[in-house]
Design a binder for this molecule. Structure first.
Ligand SMILES: Nc1ncnc2c1ncn2[C@@H]1O[C@H](COP(=O)(O)OP(=O)(O)O)[C@@H](O)[C@H]1O
Ligand SMILES: [Mg+2]
Length: 298
């Protein structure tokens, strides 16, 4: 399929194969309800709410360190929201690639950004009753104006950011029922004017030991669906708690990778994952922790 410039994916939701992400990300209680609540309100009542004095912008921002599940949660939210509004029609899920607008060509990328918001997204939104747009790592698009480097033509950086902001306003005016999801690895790098437009800014922090234990259990449960003999490990809560203690400081991605690394510990185990033991898991997590103390200066 030929995708418009700056768009890296277009999906029609709900679709069965998009079911996984929402469940796979473990977050503190209430987080998913707030996300889904905001999404459904905008998709379902975005038009009507424009009569309010302070109407929603249809913008949700997820901020936090890399590997905390922001991208996956947005993909999951698109599917969960599409399911919630499915009785009124399908949802188009559009993934924007912010890196498609290189900062070296700011004058040009500014025009491209404007085109994206003013033409491409409204055209895509006209296709189906509901539209969800994901701008992943939005800092690439909305550089904080005050932090713009002076060597690289600051006027152009400001104009590029302004193009994003005015694009957002134009998009909201044209499509008040469109939901825009944005993720960022650094809240400090994102323009305040952008953040202040958000209806919901959600910070995802590194998982605490309880969440780590649940991520470990979920990772083992997934392995146990492939190799049922691992069910014992997947149900051993004392083991999960112990491993979680060893994973302190890990993000969610690293935690899942450490569990998988246990299976890859030696070729015999990789060949026969059903032989995985609690000791293999502890050893893999300890190795990952030792590596992180060498490689991360923090
Ligand atoms: N809170 C979490 N619960 C469960 N898995 C997680 C969590 N955070 C991250 N992960 C795992 O790490 C992977 C990468 O997450 P991703 O969404 O790319 O993070 P980010 O966009 O914040 O960098 C996910 O697919 C998921 O398997
Ligand atoms: Mg991401």
């Amino acid at each position: 399929m030929n995708l418009p410039h700056g768009v890296s994916g277009i999906h029609v939701l709900p679709a069965d194969h998009h079911d996984g992400p929402w469940e796979s990300i473990i977050v503190p209680p209430g987080t998913k309800e707030r996300l889904l609540g905001t999404a459904v309100l905008v998709l379902r009542h975005g038009r009507a709410l424009q009569s309010l004095s302070g109407p929603p912008h249809g913008l949700v921002v997820l901020a936090g360190p890399p590997g905390t599940g922001k991208t996956t949660l947005c993909q999951g939210l698109a599917q969960a929201a599409a399911m919630a509004v499915a009785n009124r029609g399908a949802t188009t899920f559009v993934e924007v690639d912010p890196h498609a607008f290189p900062s070296e060509m700011l004058g040009e990328s500014q025009r491209a950004v404007r085109r994206l918001f003013a033409e491409t997204l409204p055209e895509l939104a006209a296709r189906r009753p509901h539209t969800v747009v994901l701008v992943d790592e939005v800092e690439a698009l909305a550089v904080r104006r005050s932090a713009a480097s002076f060597e690289t033509n600051p006027v152009d950086v400001h104009r590029a950011t302004d193009a994003v902001l005015s694009g957002l306003d134009a998009l909201r005016a044209a499509c008040p029922h469109l939901l825009l999801l944005a993720t960022t690895n650094f809240t400090e790098g994102v323009d305040e004017a952008f953040l202040s437009r958000a209806d919901l800014v959600l910070r995802l922090d590194l998982p605490d030991v309880d969440v780590l234990a649940r991520i470990i259990r979920s990772s083992l449960a997934e392995l146990a669906t492939l190799w049922p003999t691992l069910r014992g490990l997947a149900q051993d809560e004392a083991l999960h708690a112990k491993l979680a203690g060893l994973c302190e400081g890990f993000d969610g991605r690293r935690t899942r990778k450490a569990v998988l690394a246990a299976v890859a510990g030696c070729p015999e185990l990789a060949e026969n994952p059903e032989r995985l033991t609690a000791d293999d898991l502890s050893a893999a997590v300890e190795a990952a922790q030792a590596l992180s103390s060498v490689t991360t200066p923090l």
